[in-house]
Design a protein around this ligand. Sequence first.
Ligand SMILES: *Cc1c(COP(=O)(O)O)cnc(C)c1O
Length: 398
Amino acid sequence: MELTEATKKIIEGFDKFVMPTYKRNVIVISRARGSKVWDVDGKEYLDLFAGWGVSGIEYCHPKVVEAIKSQAEKLIHMPNNYYNELQGKLAEKIAMNSFGGKCFFCNSGAEAVEGALKLARKYGSSTGRHEIITMENSFHGRTFGALSATGQAKYREGFSPVLPGLRYVPFADFSALRGAFSDETCAVMIEPIQGEGGIHGASREYFKKVRDFCSDHDVLLIFDEVQTGVGRTGEYFAYQLYGVEPDVMTLAKALGGGFPIGTLVVQPRLAEVLVPGNHASTFGGSPLACAAALAVFEAIEEDNLLENVKAMGAYLREKLESLRLKYAVIKEVRGEGLMIGAELTREGTDIVERCVRKGLLINCTAGKVLRFLPAMTISREEIDHAMWILDTVLDESS
Ligand SMILES: *Cc1c(COP(=O)(O)O)cnc(C)c1O
């Protein structure tokens, strides 16, 4: 791709001083609104990946922008040794839309997962149990605890020894889970739909069996909803699709409408497992972050965004299904709401790159799965346009 002088200059300066920890597209984005983003040269892109789902409702949603602006003038940060009205209101909002209980606020997905692991260990410690079972092909983040819980060896390579006491079993396989269980087990952690792993789900029966088994053995069931939570699947939280409640749930990505915030939500009976001195986060749940997250919930409620996720999710899947019938390279289309994967018969990186060149941002994960996490406000016209670009790209590469 031909780079303009302006873009070249920014990238050269950047690469001199920023660590090369990401594979980056050579685009410098400077502005975004809704599902559209613009680079420094003014070129427009349609984003069907909404910044890894972080700008979950959409980029720069007016309610979020307004909430951040007005809160920034009053109070940006105040640590947790003082009460904070907005944090209480946000916790209530989350509890009322999920399973009651209480929240602990932090700043990212990995940090929410760390909190969940610590809570599980503390809970287990009273009965001398410490083992946590997670799923193969899972993704829980990059910090040491979250990395240790992540059931993909490639992410742990070069960082051993990781945290002891983690075991991995195949996802959606109840007998494997039962087989790995021991009297050391204190928790099971699952992404209700594996995101990074390639959009893999499991049946209602599986979740029901896991739920019953955990309850019968006094083992905590943790759902990592960092990617699936806050409306992504057409419900507020993905567990609501399966008719089971977790004991502990982690949230982050879409929660702050683009502003960093994460949380750990626990059932009422677990609200006092962590007490003063056990866990903390200096930035966690600042008034500014909570104002942004409250605006996200307001937007979802007032604009009926869950309905749009269901309708547009069905529409996007239908469109991808017709591309599957047209191009043999698409093997399967799957997902819930606006969390959709299209599995290919081959690696998909070049398809993503071609789409970017034509002004469409998508993602490819687990090598062969095109991943779509569009903004919750996405329209039929935007999906049509995106699918027209993808159709062109598939046509050119077949
Ligand atoms: C992205 C993700 C994380 C990690 O979140 P960070 O904010 O990057 O730390 C954890 N769990 C799941 C399921 C995720 O998708």
